[in-house]
Design a protein around this ligand. Structure first.
Ligand code: PMP
Length: 400
């Protein structure tokens, strides 16, 4: 009825199949490996309650008043220190506080993407990142990945082909650590190469990093941003997975000129990020509560990751393969190409277990035989049962 009123841009916007189907997974009897949410048992409720009530007395204005669009000074300074620990040397003016990193994805797309602009992404990639780019009518070109992350040779070939046609993509969107959905991490060698390619071909990199602090084994890889000397890399951070998602606090680190443009774009979006959350996060950060929470989460999710991988090895059929992530929330499962994960999901839900189908993470017709398992949400003592139920469903499909 209202179609004719919508702008051309709004008319081409599409819903994500992943969000639609989450409703089905919410039945209490379903063991859900679907949502990439932090586990509720680990939310720092007590700490948040104590600090919030103290701050409402101590810093009433800072909590309840509007804040500057760029973010509160206290939080921006904390981010500068947080980034320094990752080997990224910046100043306060390089930081913009956002409503979650999802707003970062939207604002970056808003200031860079004209309809038809080429944007390179890993395939598969994060639904919300792909959605933000598509909402501004970016033309997404997918680059395949292997165990070391995005295949930089294929990427370079693509950049060359485009350059020969006089085209420069605006940016390369990457989740370098414990990718959503694959769980894969880009190797150090490739990270360096990516920055070299960005400089050589004059393209920006958008590094989306909500998960790197959630490492369960091995040593941290340097952020792509840490190799950036010329300002080609825009970095997105978030407190959603490492602390709490409900206050919606994320941040962008970029060249000051880019931050200035993002501030203009943000002004007409929400004036400022929620003040209560900013002050709360900055205080929890300064008082070491976030660092402590990260340590706790590493322990907590490591066990769940281990249980998931152990259960997959024990129950899944030989025809299936999956990734073994060193951190984050996800493992990516691939089945023989004649199996369809959408059909399997319908049967899996009847069997009270859920996941997200692979095709949701592609912009083309790939991923039909794959799916994402998130081990963050199910209770640890339900994981094996969930994987077992799923294996039964898959095995039945295999013998058809
Ligand atoms: N990027 C990636 C890769 C994600 O997985 C998510 C959340 N699932 C986000 C961005 C958005 O997170 P938030 O807005 O809560 O910071």
């Amino acid at each position: 009825m209202f179609e004719k009123y919508f702008s051309k841009n709004a008319q081409q916007m599409q819903g994500s199949e992943i969000r639609e189907f989450f409703k089905l997974t919410e039945k209490p009897e379903v063991i859900s490996f679907a949502g990439g949410f932090p586990n509720k048992a680990c939310l720092p409720t007590k700490e948040v309650e104590e600090i919030s009530s103290r701050l409402l007395v101590e810093a009433e204005e800072g909590m309840l008043q509007y804040s500057p669009t760029e973010g509160q000074e206290m939080l921006r300074k904390y981010i500068v220190k947080f980034m320094a620990k990752k080997g990224i040397d910046i100043e306060v003016d390089n930081v913009l506080i956002t409503s979650g990193s999802q707003q970062g994805l939207d604002l970056v797309s808003k200031i860079f993407v004209d309809p038809g602009d080429k944007i390179l992404t890993e395939a598969p990639s994060y639904v919300g990142g792909l959605g933000a780019i598509r909402n501004y009518q970016g033309d997404i070109i997918s680059i395949a990945v292997d165990d070391d992350g995005i295949k930089v040779d294929i990427l370079e070939q693509k950049l060359k082909d485009l350059a020969s046609k006089g085209k420069t993509p605006k940016f390369i969107y990457l989740i370098a650590d414990f990718n959503n959905p694959t769980g894969l991490t880009i190797s150090k060698k490739r990270r360096k190469r990516l920055v070299e390619l960005a400089e050589k071909y004059g393209v920006l990199i958008l590094e989306d990093d909500p998960y790197s602090k959630l490492r369960y084994n091995g040593i941290d890889e340097p952020a792509i941003k840490s190799f950036d000397k010329e300002g080609h890399v825009i970095y997105l951070g978030s407190f959603s997975k490492i602390f709490i998602p409900g206050v919606r606090i994320g941040w962008v680190v970029a060249h000051k000129e880019i931050i200035q443009k993002l501030i203009l774009a943000k002004q007409s979006t929400d004036l400022c990020t929620n003040s209560f959350g900013q002050r709360l996060i900055a205080t929890c950060g300064e008082e070491g509560i976030i660092d402590k929470q990260i340590e706790k989460l590493q322990e907590f999710y490591r066990k769940k990751r281990d249980k998931t991988l152990e259960s997959l090895a024990k129950h899944f059929p030989i025809e299936a393969s999956w990734t073994e992530p060193d951190g984050g929330f996800y493992t990516w499962v691939e089945l023989p190409s004649n199996l369809n994960s959408k059909e399997i999901l319908v049967k899996a839900i009847d069997n009270n277990v859920a996941f997200v189908t692979g095709s949701a993470f592609y912009v083309d017709d790939q991923g039909n035989n794959a799916f994402r398992l998130s081990f963050s949400q199910p209770d640890i003592d339900k994981i094996e049962e969930g994987i077992y139920r799923l294996s039964k469903t898959i095995k039945r499909e295999l013998v058809k």
